[in-house]
Design a protein around this ligand. Sequence first.
Ligand code: GLP
Length: 252
Amino acid sequence: MKWNSHQVKIYPTAQEAALQVAQRVAEVIREKQKRNQWAVLGLATGKTPVKVYEELIRLHQQEQLSFENVISFNLDEYFPMAATHPQSYHHFMQQQLFDQVNIPPEQTHIPKGDWSTDQLQEACLAYEERIKQVGGIDLQLLGIGKTGHIGFNEPGSSIDTTTRQVVLDPLTRQEAIADFGSLEQVPSQAITVGIETIAQAREIVLMAWNASKASIVQQAIQGPVSAAVPASYLQLWPQASFVLDQDTAALL
Ligand code: GLP
């Protein structure tokens, strides 16, 4: 493993990188268990965290890692979107993690894609409040979109944004065609936590292990800090690190 400035950790393969992230998540959960405290996790969706969740499930099944003290907050959800839709992030989280570990369902939170328009603002505020009530996020996992988005904070998202309804970038919708089948079926909006919500986490790990992300990852780490590449905000946060595989770090 190689360490360099801006807390960038580069591993030979995606598998090794994912195992390290899962180890860190498990460590946080166990440290908190010892102190009889909640471990508050910020969780991400997409292909990237799947390997991390696989390892967490293995640790649960084979190494007695318990999720009883975990409270989770997901970053985002498409809007409008029914929780039962196969492409919803609710469905994704059930399949990829929640159904396979012992996390009590009432301790998991995901912005809802079926909040009605008149309750949306209040529901977004309540999401922020709930995070604060449980003491804030201990460890926030992030992926990165081709636009440089974190959560669904697309280019243009300012540093003081909180949970809100957003319009998806055309490139993000394009990237989601593979999941939805056609552009028409990809929602054009989403609910996402904000940049400020993410910044308040005590530890932040942005994961990227896909060579097609090499350019946007390079811009996020070495480019100017700018709303044009929301992941570049991580450069400002001492508690944030980037975990990459070698191929994704190729342009650094
Ligand atoms: C979606 C999610 C992001 C995620 C991104 C990348 O847009 N809202 O949170 O980081 O996809 O996904 P993948 O990991 O599949 O490349």
